[in-house]
Design a protein around this ligand. Structure first.
Ligand SMILES: *[C@@H]1O[C@H](CO)[C@@H](O)[C@H](O)[C@H]1NC(C)=O
Ligand SMILES: *[C@@H]1O[C@H](CO)[C@@H](O)[C@H](O)[C@H]1NC(C)=O
Ligand SMILES: *[C@@H]1O[C@H](CO)[C@@H](O)[C@H](O)[C@H]1NC(C)=O
Ligand SMILES: *[C@@H]1O[C@H](CO)[C@@H](O)[C@H](O)[C@H]1NC(C)=O
Length: 201
């Protein structure tokens, strides 16, 4: 093969390898909606430490600039004794959109102008796959399932990913009013998780 042709083949192969690495994902393939918010970040930690932190709702305030309070509830809205993601349980969250500036800790006050509350239904708790998901309730005018996933990249590196695709009659309004803030909040949570896990190593 002439040199230039060999170079072209080599470039094509390298690009394919690079894009395969860049596109590595543990998020499920979901249909597109009106818009989505997402984040992905590499963290120097163990997959067990990252999984434990994501499942530990009572400690979210220590690190999370987006979700400041998360509580697992029974269908009658009673606080469950076990505070971790449980499939089909209700989840009540108080969030900041856009997020608080990092770093945050348990005593960091909310910005009242950016405070929202939401009810969700916990739909997937998959320790084997390292995935969690919850669904916005009630799914009448807005349907949105938030996924979070971890992947072990080896060498003490973990990939954290999160994505929520928004569908329904309210989705366009939500995109226009809060789309940017939501995206910042997803990135804020990813950055907060990294800061917390890398600092507490
Ligand atoms: C999320 O939004 C981005 C940017 O608009 C788009 O490229 C991507 O296809 C969307 N993904 C899904 C699953 O909707
Ligand atoms: C349900 O419980 C949450 C968390 O304790 C509380 O903030 C909310 O006001 C309750 N909702 C209703 C309708 O009682
Ligand atoms: C929560 O979602 C699951 C899975 O989609 C469904 O089976 C269940 O009925 C839902 N529960 C509530 C309270 O909406
Ligand atoms: C907690 O964060 C606040 C800012 O949100 C800061 O003023 C305070 O010093 C922090 N406390 C600790 C113990 O780091």
């Amino acid at each position: 093969m002439p040199l230039l042709a060999r170079l072209a083949v080599w470039t094509a192969i390298s690009a394919a390898i690079l894009s395969a690495v860049a596109q590595r994902t543990n998020l499920p393939d979901v249909p597109p909606g009106v818009f989505n918010a997402s984040a992905r970040i590499e963290i120097q930690t163990t997959i067990d430490a990252a999984w434990k932190t994501l499942n530990d709702f009572t400690n979210y305030a220590d690190w999370n600039p987006f979700v400041r309070y998360a509580v697992v509830l029974s269908p009658a809205n009673l606080t469950l004794p076990e505070q971790r993601p449980i499939e089909n349980a209700r989840l009540f969250m108080r969030v900041q959109i856009p997020p608080l500036p990092l770093p945050v800790n348990r005593s960091t006050p909310d910005n009242p102008l950016n405070t929202q509350v939401t009810y969700e239904n916990i739909t997937h708790v998959e320790p084997g796959l390292r995935r969690l998901a919850w669904d916005y309730q009630p799914p009448l005018l807005l349907q949105a399932e938030r996924w979070q996933a971890l992947s072990d990249l080896g060498d003490g590196r973990v990939l954290y990913e999160s994505q929520e695709v928004y569908h329904g009659a309210l989705a366009t309004f939500l995109r226009d009013t809060m789309g940017e803030g939501l995206q910042e909040s997803f990135e804020g949570q990813a950055n907060g998780l990294k800061l917390y896990l890398e600092r507490s190593r």
